[in-house]
Design a protein around this ligand. Structure first.
Ligand code: MSP
Length: 501
């Protein structure tokens, strides 16, 4: 099985904040999960570097646009590195390979008679890089609250209006194309309301890819940006990667940019005679302690600061667990600390620490293979693969929060097992049974940390090292292969110390 996961490419007018690294953290979790299953994964992220918004930001910084975007793209990629993101590619829209792909798509649309020259007179929002119809404005602003300006300029248009019916038919035939369902309804209503031709070039600024054959125009930044999902795979060349991964494309995006992905992008592709992606999933937005996060309010959350204080596993766990993926959420430092202390330190970390250090102290760090199991042991151990079956389905549906919840539910079961079996009492009353209980627990911990790797990669890596599990034995296929000989554990250390306020 092959998987292709994409995040939006980020505008480089602003530094990365929690809102902009969110999708990348979630997609990285999904990518790690699919790799864990042994699937072939291509996970793409990157930066969106053209357009009027970026040109203005560079001007304001007093730096030539190319130098400006080089610096900012570096900030995104180094932030992702610090957060332990393992993407297969980081695409930048100023790269020649991308430019070539956008020109090829443009030419194809032109050849298919889908683009014509006209003139645009209407509203444009630089912040959203979007055209709005008069009827969409609310109190003279874009529905997003962004300022709009009146633009009159020569422009090439894409015949979007031709694609209303084909789009509606496609959505009907592929009911899971747009998720979650409520968002799909919004898109359907928008398309049913009628589509007007879309302006796809601008002449009032220069920072973009010139229109082939008419360099007085630059290509509209969204037509440019959306093409990244194909240019990374080598389009317009018919590469092996393109044919292998493109049909599996799942675009994970924020709810604010769903229209571009679920309407314009499929229409461009249909018009170019190219296959469509498999799924578009729109997630919600984070507020900060109840308030909208914005550069102007100065209340955006710096992921690097959070990372220094808490570490990446904690950030990742918090964003995955706190909000059902798809819904809006509120970031609060106190709830992050609470999740760290109760879920990660007390429940998960403590499970590993108390079992492994007990073995160290009382069994010379030795664990015997599973033998002489009682019903209670079997029942407990059987629960893990049973629940993992469910967890796979959750990930198939991008319900990363449910995977995380179920993971913590297994951890809770293991803690209950300890409380019932009381190995510390068995030490005096029945040392042989104590050894069996400790083997069961070590085996459970092995499976738990294997399953936990996509959501808590660093902590699980450390615990797997304490258990001396080889790097080659850390995939889902190893879940059902318990220790076959005695293991001498390495000295454990707490993976999640409690955070003291
Ligand atoms: N460049 C376009 C995307 C082009 S994709 C072909 C863009 N960039 S962006 O930097 O403005 O936004 C990138 C993503 O960050 C969007 O999916 C947006 O929803 C997300 N978020 C920005 N702020 C956010 C929050 N406060 N919360 C959650 N996600 C947020 O749009």
């Amino acid at each position: 099985m092959t998987r292709y996961l994409t995040t939006p490419i980020y505008y480089v007018n602003d530094v990365p904040h929690l809102g902009t690294v969110y999708t990348t953290l979630v997609c990285d979790t999904l990518a790690r999960f699919y790799r864990f299953l042994g699937e072939e994964v291509y996970f793409l992220t990157g930066t969106d570097e053209h357009g009027q918004k970026i040109e203005k930001a560079a001007e304001k910084a007093g730096i030539p646009p190319q130098n400006f975007v080089d610096g900012m793209a570096g900030r995104f990629s180094s932030t992702f590195d610090s957060l332990g993101i393992k993407a297969n590619d980081f695409i930048r829209t100023t790269q020649p390979r991308h430019k070539k792909a956008v020109e090829a798509l443009w030419n194809r649309l032109k050849e298919n008679n889908q683009i014509y020259l006209g003139s645009y007179a209407g509203w444009y929002s630089i912040r959203d890089e979007a055209f709005y119809q008069e009827k969409e404005l609310i109190d003279g602003k874009a529905p997003t609250g962004a300022e709009v300006e009146w633009v009159t300029e020569p422009s090439y248009f894409f015949k979007l209006s031709d694609w209303q019916q084909p789009l509606l038919e496609f959505y009907k035939k592929h009911p899971d194309f747009i998720q979650p369902h409520s968002r799909r309804q919004e898109v359907l209503r928008f398309v049913e309301g009628g589509l007007t031709d879309l302006s796809v070039s601008r002449t009032s600024f220069k920072w973009g890819i010139p229109v082939p054959g008419d360099p007085s125009h630059v290509i509209y930044v969204w037509l440019d940006a959306l093409t990244n999902y194909m240019s990374s795979l080598g389009y317009p060349e018919q590469t092996e990667q393109l044919s292998k991964f493109w049909p599996q494309a799942v675009h994970v995006v924020g709810k604010d940019i769903l229209r571009f992905h679920a309407v314009y992008w499929p229409a461009f592709l249909m018009a170019a005679g190219l296959p469509l992606p498999k799924k578009i999933f729109a997630h919600g937005w984070w507020t900060n302690e109840g308030a909208k996060m914005s550069k102007s309010l100065g209340n955006t959350i710096d992921p690097l600061e959070l990372n220094e204080t808490f570490g990446t596993d904690v950030i990742r766990y918090y964003v995955l667990r706190e909000v059902p993926f798809g819904q809006d959420g509120d970031f609060s430092r106190s709830s992050l600390i609470q999740r760290l202390n109760s879920d990660l330190a007390n429940s998960f970390g403590n499970l590993a620490q108390r079992v492994l250090s007990f073995i160290h102290k009382n069994c010379e760090a030795k664990v015997q293979p599973l033998t002489n199991l009682l019903d209670a042991d079997q029942e407990f151990l059987q629960e893990i693969p049973k629940r993992f079956g469910l967890m796979k389905e959750f990930m198939e549906n991008l319900a990363v929060h449910r995977y995380t919840e179920e993971f913590m539910a297994i951890v809770a079961l293991a803690n209950q097992y300890i409380d019932h079996q009381k190995p510390w009492s068995l030490k005096n009353t029945d040392p042989d049974r104590m050894k069996v209980v400790l083997s069961v627990l070590t085996e459970a911990i092995r499976q738990i940390v294997l399953i936990g790797q996509p959501i808590l990669p660093n902590a699980c890596h450390k615990i797997l090292n304490f258990l001396k599990i080889d790097l080659q034995e850390r995939s889902a296929s190893n879940l059902s292969i318990p220790f076959s000989k005695e293991v001498v554990l390495l000295p454990p250390e707490p993976v999640f110390p409690r955070y003291q306020l």
